[in-house]
Design a protein around this ligand. Structure first.
Ligand code: DP6
Length: 333
């Protein structure tokens, strides 16, 4: 049986007793995967092939305010203060997500979203966006959903959004069920106050091939993808060990190798998929040189040209000297 997103939402919301308010605002953080989500076992429900593990960027993400519009004929969507065209992909995706809840609570909404990061620049604004929208819908309608239910609903909007329900380190359990009711994220209890992330925004331009299309092409055409689930399994175990032991070298090296392995599967796709720009390669080479010079810094990249750095507080001075344009994030502030 091929379940639709509406089937899943209806099942989750069946027990809820809505108690709507007029307006509600919610925030969700951006997350950066240290072990990537790449490939789906069910594209309709965004069910992944592998578990993934991320860290949230505390204080950086999406803030979404929802207001009920009793007399409107449609939803109004604003992004960073500007009205979004009703024919655009962004508008359609937002409306489709609200539709999952509309069967339970009818009526149109004004959606006002502010992103702290460039939309579509590989900094996962769709993850924080769908997580904030899901949280805001639950709050607006007074649905009293728990975090695992919110994580499942956010996943329907975008897979990686299921991790943006939480702060800190988060693991998305892929689950085995056909309806995906066991495919949600959970936070890890550990924190790492010394951990630092550096964002290098090399280009803020929207990418040509989104991650959704990119991962599908990889699954469909790259023989190399066959080794990916094993890579992810090994890396998740190493990352969890590194987090418990506070072993930064193990954390950084595992995250960087995982990202490189994911990009290798993309290059092995047909037509080949390469998100890197010359600036990305330059940044990676600088990271590798810094390590040769004894600075503990590692890199990760998602489906875009931008590079994210991982280091600890003690190395911040050296990393800044090499990358003065870096935007510093303290995930466990
Ligand atoms: C490379 O969550 O954007 O950032 O589920 O199709 O919306 P959809 O994909 P999406 O993919 C994110 C891919 C990634 C790796 C990651 O964040 O784990």
């Amino acid at each position: 049986m091929n379940l639709t997103q509406n089937d899943v939402a209806a099942q989750l919301l069946a027990e809820c007793m809505p108690d709507p308010v007029a307006t509600f605002e919610a925030f969700a953080p951006v997350n950066i995967a240290l072990c990537k989500y790449w490939g789906k076992r069910n594209a309709t429900l965004n069910l992944p092939v592998n578990d993934s593990l991320s860290v949230a960027l505390a204080g950086k993400g999406s803030t979404t305010r929802l207001t009920r519009l009793p007399n409107a004929g449609g939803d109004e969507v604003f992004l960073n203060g500007t009205a979004v065209d009703a024919g655009s992909r962004f508008h359609k995706k937002v409306v489709a997500h609200i539709d999952l809840f509309r069967a339970t609570v009818p009526g149109f909404l004004r959606v006002e979203t502010r992103n702290d990061v460039a939309t579509g620049a590989g900094l996962a604004s769709s993850a924080s966006g769908f997580a904030a929208l899901t949280r805001a819908l639950s709050g607006l309608y007074g649905l009293q959903l728990d975090d695992e239910q919110l994580s499942i609903l956010a996943r329907l909007g975008s897979g990686s959004a299921c991790r943006s329900i939480y702060n800190g380190f988060v693991r998305w359990h892929k689950g085995v069920r056909g309806d995906g009711m066991d495919s949600f994220a959970r936070p890890l209890p550990e924190s790492w106050p010394e951990l630092r992330l550096g964002l290098l925004t090399l280009t803020g331009e929207a990418k040509k091939t989104g991650s959704r299309e990119g991962m599908q092409r990889t699954v469909d055409s790259a023989i190399l993808y066959g080794s990916w689930p094993e890579q992810a399994r090994r890396d998740i175990a190493r990352l969890e060990h590194a987090i418990v032991q506070r072993d930064f070298t193990l954390l950084g090296s595992t995250a960087e190798q995982n990202a490189m392995a994911m990009h290798a599967t993309m290059l092995a796709s047909w037509p080949p998929l390469l998100y890197w720009q010359p600036e990305s390669v330059q940044a990676l080479q600088k990271v590798w040189q810094l390590r040769e010079d004894g600075v503990q810094v590692y890199a990760t990249m998602d489906a875009g040209p931008n590079v994210k750095l991982l280091f600890e507080r003690a190395s911040a001075g050296d990393v800044y000297a090499a990358f003065p344009e870096l935007e510093l994030i303290i995930p466990f502030e």
